[in-house]
Design a protein around this ligand. Structure first.
Ligand code: PAF
Length: 290
């Protein structure tokens, strides 16, 4: 496996492969890899000839009081995992991704208004900007993102469509710990009490899903179901719980008539966790969260 740190070298490496008709896949990450990331690598390998995993803790997507400094990092561990998984290039730019006087950003104006976009102003401006840069640096034919970051995934698809990036976006399902907690690099920053409360995120979504499968279509009833299972999350607190149109992320009214995204976020002292499911009235039994 090759480790590339220089952005220009990355671009040259990919340009040379593309000239030879080799299909390039990319899995963008911020490192501290877990099974969720590795499942995306496997998806990328199935859809391309060579796979690049990018590892960059992107400062522009963190707010001034967020966890940029505390974000877990372990380069040697990540390198070994990539090697074992058959990644071809680990692109881990140390410097030079942003010019000192960088001043151009990608801003999405509709889908980013709610959910994490409302709680973390500027977050998606940073995400979309770095993803656009990574698309240009890796020249990928295929890029794979996780479905845990449901809003991020929809925004990246929208950016790719609206700015005509020649890259196919694929997604991989949420990978969970044995107790249902969605895998996240941030989980290691949870204290014991927060970790003990964390399984209630998925449990609450599953309760809503069971109600949906029984025929419940009322948005307030499903919200009540979720809040009931979440209960008192202390030392955490609910950031948001939303049931929105799955594609436009707009309000759906009182009754669910088309696919919805049920998304929630909880702020624990060490980390903010997110989780989601989609509910589809046309296939009510086909949406079980893993
Ligand atoms: O999902 C992430 O890990 C990050 O937001 C991403 C897409 C790698 C951009 O920094």
């Amino acid at each position: 496996m090759k480790v590339i740190r220089d952005p220009h070298e990355m671009q040259e490496w990919s340009a040379e492969r593309r000239r030879r008709g080799i299909r390039v896949g990319v899995v963008p990450t911020m490192g501290y890899l877990h099974e969720g990331h590795l499942s995306l690598v496997r998806l990328a390998k199935a859809e391309s000839d060579v796979v690049i995993l990018t590892l960059f803790v992107n400062p522009t997507q963190f707010g001034p009081h967020e966890d940029l400094e505390r974000y877990p990092r372990d380069f040697e561990r990540d390198r070994a995992l990539c090697e074992a998984e058959g990644v071809d290039v680990l692109f881990a730019p140390s410097t030079g991704v942003y010019a000192g006087d960088h001043s151009v950003y990608v801003v999405e104006e509709v889908l980013s208004a709610r959910l994490c976009g409302a709680s973390r102003p500027g977050h998606f401006r940073g995400v979309l900007t770095v993803v656009a840069k990574l698309f240009n640096l890796t020249l990928a034919d295929v890029a794979v993102f996780g479905e845990k970051d449901a809003q991020q995934l929809r925004l990246i698809r929208r950016m790719t469509r609206d700015l005509n990036f020649p890259v196919r976006i694929l997604s991989g399902p949420i990978v969970r710990e044995a107790d249902g907690v969605a895998m996240s690099s941030r989980n290691r920053n949870l204290d014991a009490a927060s970790r003990a409360a964390a399984p209630r995120l998925q449990a609450s979504l599953r309760a809503a899903e069971r109600a949906f499968e029984r025929g419940e279509r009322n948005v307030q009833a499903l919200r009540a179901e979720i809040l009931d299972v979440l209960g008192d999350l202390s030392p955490g607190e609910l950031d948001y719980l939303e049931i929105l149109d799955d594609q436009s992320l707009s309000e759906v009214g009182d009754l669910i008539r088309a696919p919805v995204l049920v998304a929630l976020a909880v702020r624990f002292p060490g980390a903010r966790l997110i989780d989601n499911i989609t509910l589809n009235p046309e296939a009510p039994h086909a949406t079980r969260p893993q």
